[in-house]
Design a protein around this ligand. Sequence first.
Ligand code: ADP
Length: 195
Amino acid sequence: MTHAPASARRLLIVGPPGAGKGTQAARISEALGIPAISTGDIFRANVSQETELGVLAKSYMDRGEYVPDEVTNDMVRSRLAEDDAREGFLLDGYPRTLDQVSALDGILSDAGLALDAVILLEVDVEEVVGRLVARGEQSGRSDDNEETIRRRLEVYAEQTEPLIAVYDERGLVRRIDGMRSIDEVTAEILGALGA
Ligand code: ADP
């Protein structure tokens, strides 16, 4: 028997590129003692280690396109099977397509688990383009150039925004104003989760 957790511990964080998902995910992960699992970070680690997965992923990432669902779904299934994710997790950047929503539903139901909440970071699109261009200049991230950023925003609107309605119907979405300071956003998220 698993025990009932005190606050929501099986979480997603969703929002357009540049919304600050990674920054907030690290803080929420620390506050709740659950791993933050970023598919983008896992892909980037594979790219820099030049693994087979990395070579494949890079060809999509550099164009601002999504890596194929079956590749991403298998990667998440094995990551969620690791010990540290047993008592909770915060998925950052997954699911991003309706097919990935179904895959995640399957992964969780196979384990007798369910999501507790979906954190939606709402931001102004022109503001995030500016943030990402600045991040690209500082970090050298190859997909943070204006052309790829515009494509990532389009792909988000086409393929990922529709997920919000699905999770809204399940009553899981917590809308957070992502335009405030980093500390204020963190506080708002923790408040919305009852943490
Ligand atoms: P951002 O949200 O800022 O665009 P991420 O680091 O989350 O950045 O993702 C970077 C890239 O990695 C995406 O543009 C995409 O190519 C790939 N990627 C990350 N997560 C997924 C996913 N769930 N499905 C498909 N591709 C993904």
